[in-house]
Write a protein that binds this ligand. Structure first.
Ligand SMILES: NC(=O)c1ccc[n+]([C@@H]2O[C@H](COP(=O)([O-])OP(=O)(O)OC[C@H]3O[C@@H](n4cnc5c(N)ncnc54)[C@H](OP(=O)(O)O)[C@@H]3O)[C@@H](O)[C@H]2O)c1
Length: 300
């Protein structure tokens, strides 16, 4: 039985990871930003740096899934700052605590946005940093793990793709539109969407906790990324709805600004080279399989 401390444990990925660890008889300590309600919760204030590192003594692994949702609002200057602060500050605080307490491994969230818009080019973990706000954010977020890396902790930079989940995440916003027959490709539809099912995301995080050969950048994406057009077709098929509409790029840019450009009209053809090399086996290998799992889970 391992003891795993998790920050961002109330989120889409964090909450599922807590459930999966407890279901497999591991002990979970939730690192919370409010008063702890039991002995399995540890208080921290990542804004001020308040965190008692000694609480992590004896902990086998720490996982950091913190961050304000990138698609929650139009990207104003203030919102972009909150995207940075809610990732970089918690990572610095947890990373220093992990180093001080001698925790063996830190799994820290990052995103495939690191690669910028790759167009048609395949991006494994050796691909260079791309351009744009998200790429720079991911670079700085990953660099904030330096205290743990310098202390010799095994650090996994979990460069996550678009997590497809029956609850929450991108699909919860898209699904109602598609269900009304209002689904359609975005812009040219040629931009890649590096999807991963929530089930694989959580299984792969568990795999990373317990497999020492995984360290450094690791793409958490399904084995076969698809273009936005292909995703749209697959979504229509899963919901049995037409997807003939086209949402023009200029309209998205007018409505959503910079987020539309980087988050919706650009994309990454990211592949999970490190996970596959380490022997991780995906439950959902195609976007069709992932969407069938997601939509059937919602319906049941
Ligand atoms: N879901 C995706 O498709 C996806 C894709 C790429 C990357 N990621 C990254 O993976 C991580 C987890 O994703 P998710 O989908 O589970 O996110 P989520 O559902 O939005 O949850 C993120 C969690 O971060 C914590 N948080 C929120 N605001 C914060 C703040 N101002 N300061 C510190 N912590 C804050 C909260 O946990 P507590 O209240 O428990 O502290 C929240 O539940 C995020 O960093 C996200 O950027 C996700």
């Amino acid at each position: 039985m391992a003891t795993v401390a998790i920050a961002g444990s109330s989120g889409l990925i964090g909450a599922s990871l807590v459930y999966a660890l407890r279901a497999t008889d591991h002990r979970v300590l939730r690192i919370v930003r409010r008063a702890p309600s039991n002995s399995e919760e540890l208080f921290w204030n990542p804004d001020t740096g308040e965190f008692d590192a000694s609480a992590l003594r004896g902990v086998d692994a720490a996982v950091n899934m913190c961050g304000v949702n990138v698609g929650a609002k139009r990207w104003s200057g203030a919102f972009k700052q909150s995207l940075r602060d809610s990732r970089i500050d918690p990572t610095e605080v947890l990373s220093a605590a992990v180093a001080e307490a001698g925790v063996g491994v830190l799994i820290n969230a990052s995103a495939v946005g690191y690669y910028g818009d790759t167009g048609n080019r395949i991006a494994d973990e050796t691909a260079p940093q791309g351009r744009g706000f998200l790429a720079q954010l991911c670079r700085d977020w990953e660099a904030a793990t330096a205290p743990a890396q310098h202390a010799g902790v095994r650090v996994v930079l979990a460069r996550t793709g678009l997590v497809l989940s029956p609850r929450g995440g991108m699909l919860s916003r898209l699904r109602p539109l598609f269900s009304l027959g209002l689904g359609g490709r975005l812009g040219s539809g040629r931009q890649y969407m590096p999807w991963i099912s929530l089930e694989d995301q959580v299984r792969a995080l568990l795999y990373a906790i317990f497999h020492d050969e995984l360290a450094g950048p690791v793409n958490f994406t399904g084995p076969a990324p698809v273009t936005n057009s292909e995703f749209t077709t697959a979504m229509g098929r899963a919901l049995n709805r037409p997807t003939a509409l086209l949402v023009p790029g200029f309209a998205l840019k007018t409505l959503l600004g910079e987020f539309a450009e980087e988050g919706l009209l650009g994309g990454q053809r990211a592949i999970p080279a490190a996970l596959e090399r380490a022997g991780y086996e995906f439950r959902h290998n195609t976007v069709g399989e992932a969407l069938a799992y997601v939509t059937s889970t919602v319906e049941s």
